[in-house]
Every structure is written in C-alpha cells, then in structure tokens.
Design a protein around this ligand. Structure first.
Ligand SMILES: Cc1cc2nc3c(=O)[nH]c(=O)nc-3n(C[C@H](O)[C@H](O)[C@H](O)COP(=O)(O)O)c2cc1C
Length: 145
C-alpha cells in the first residue's frame, strides 16, 4: 500500500479543508493519506517513510505561514529527492505561499512534482472541494502501482 503525507498550515481553516479533500482524493486512488498540521510536526523523523508529500499554506502578507517555512527547513534534512510531490494553499489575491512551496519542493528538495500547484481562491466551496480531490488523485497517479 502506498502512503502519502499531507501537511497544511492555516489560520482560518480554509487550507485545512483543502488538505482534507486532497487526502480524500488520494484515498480514492488507493493511497493511504496521513493529514497533519505543520505546527504539530516536531522533527525530520515525522517526514520519513512516505511515497508522496503534499505541503500547503495559506498566504498572509505575501508569505507562507511560519510553520510551513519551518516544515520546509526540516524537509531539507530528510532525503525526499525523487519522491512524488504537490503543493496547495488558500489565498485572497496574490497567493505567493503556494508557488514558493511548490518551487522549493521542486528545486531545493528535488522532488518529482505534479505539473502545477493547487491555488484555491474562489469561495465556491463545493467546486473547490472537487478540484482538491482531483489534485489528490493527480498526486496518486505519480506513484507506480
Ligand atoms: C491579515 C491578512 C493578510 C493577508 N494577506 C494576503 C496576501 O498577502 N495575499 C493573498 O493572496 N491573500 C492574503 N490574505 C487572504 C488569505 O490568504 C485568505 O483569507 C485565505 O483563505 C486564508 O486561508 P486560511 O483559512 O487557510 O488561513 C490575507 C488575509 C489576512 C486576514
């Protein structure tokens, strides 16, 4: 059974809701997904042993949230090179966090990323939920069965 780790950083809960839907999409594709808040990740050991990683943060003041930044620093000390990855986040108007997370996972961590990050701006919750589930399935499709 393939395993994925979905980690989010949120203040208002929107990015957590997206993370839950991504985990559902992974599950629907037969991947066991573990969901965690970035603020609760304690060390690099928490990141070891998964086939795919999906990291996300809401954007505040044009940046990712602090727990997401700390998560990426921790991830530098774990060998995630070549592992499947995706990035996501809720935003209001500019959404830098999602892009920076995606680029860091790709360039610094050397991960095998899906084609693009999942940026959720609209308030149409039901439509966004399905988009996020589809993103989970997209990450799952990176994993050889
Ligand atoms: C104080 C504050 C600053 C914000 N700064 C940005 C920003 O720089 N760029 C942006 O796209 N959205 C910004 N937003 C909007 C949030 O990203 C948006 O509300 C998002 O849905 C929050 O996600 P969360 O519920 O997961 O915390 C800001 C919101 C607040 C309250």
């Amino acid at each position: 059974m393939k395993r994925a780790l979905v980690i989010y950083s949120t203040k208002g809960g929107r990015t957590e809701a997206i993370a839950q839907c991504i985990a559902e999409g992974l599950g629907a594709a037969g991947v066991v997904a573990q969901l965690r808040n970035a603020a609760e990740v304690e060390g690099g050991a928490d990141l070891e042993g998964f086939d795919a990683y999906v990291f996300g943060s809401a954007t505040y003041h044009h940046e990712m949230m602090k727990p997401a930044r700390q998560l990426l620093s921790l991830a530098e000390n774990v060998d995630l090179k070549g592992r499947a990855g995706g990035a996501f986040g809720a935003f209001g108007w500019s959404g830098e966090a999602t892009d920076v997370i995606f680029e860091t996972m790709s360039h610094t961590l050397g991960m095998d990323m899906v084609s693009e990050p999942l940026r959720i701006q609209s308030a149409t919750a039901e439509e966004d939920s399905e988009t996020a589930r589809a993103y989970g399935r997209l990450v799952a499709a990176k994993l050889p069965s």
